[in-house]
Design a protein around this ligand. Sequence first.
Ligand code: UDP
Length: 329
Amino acid sequence: MAILVLGGAGYIGSHTVFELIDKGEDVVVADNLQTGHRESVHSKARFYKGDIRDEAFLNDLFKKENISSVIHFAANSLVGESMTDPLKYYDNNLYGTMILLKSMISNGIDKIVFSSTAATYGEPESIPILETDKTEPTNTYGETKLSMEKMFKWVSQAHGLRYVSLRYFNACGAHISGKIGEDHSPETHLIPLILQVPNGKREFVSIFGDDYKTKDGTCIRDYIHVTDLAQAHIQAVKYLAEGNKSDIFNLGNGVGFSVNEVIETARKVTGHPIPAKISPRRAGDPAILIASSKKAKNILGWKPKHDSLEEIIETAWRWHKNHPDGYNS
Ligand code: UDP
């Protein structure tokens, strides 16, 4: 039987497909290619172009392929855009997931692992953040992901489907081979923006605020390598296949780095001075986000391997240096 990866042409999806194929799994990928890249899909995966809001497309796919579990990455994920175009997020993330669930139920598919986010918590009350902490998203993106989690909860009670929700902290880095990596348009994430400077695409990087209550005044985040995230999905699929109950897990390294520390590490890795300029705070940015991933470690047996920031940035740099224009390079 095969594993279906929805959104398998996206950043985290494509890395998960590579890890699944590496483990000898049979993999089917579906993606509407609105933000994903066909070139990032492993040649051994069977690819279908289509949208999760298209029920006929999904029903057809479930009839053609013998699917044991679904891994669901197909969503929009830009915080800023979610604030200016919230209905786009309700449409793709929530309505899309509703159609997906309808199709899974009618085709007898009963296991799903899906992407959630640290943005479900909003401004944290304490650090590190636990799965039991309060969830009060400060943006539409986080709100739609939290609503997805709730939709899964009620649907699983009614229809017996089981799920694992994975709340990612800051996904970063690239596949060790240098063949696939991060390519967003527009790019808004810190590490790829920093690396645009040594790549000659940008003169300096902006630091969004240096007056936060942190050790150096800049925001602190928990950076987790994309391959470690990919491994967690594989372990979650196994967890469900073994008959375990639906659950929610944080995925992070449990260590925080400030924006200044990330820039300094990138200078060391690239050997480039990377000028930085202080600019105003970005709306909705909490000062510190660090995960407790104890639950994922204890229950899923997950163990992040790439926990050094230097190694994370090295893998990202290997990708960006050779692909200055992403998959169009
Ligand atoms: N950041 C920054 N300059 C940039 C982009 C991001 O200072 O050009 C900061 C941002 O304010 C946050 C951290 O870097 O504190 C990580 O931001 P990113 O957008 O990568 O991820 P997020 O934490 O929003 O998921």
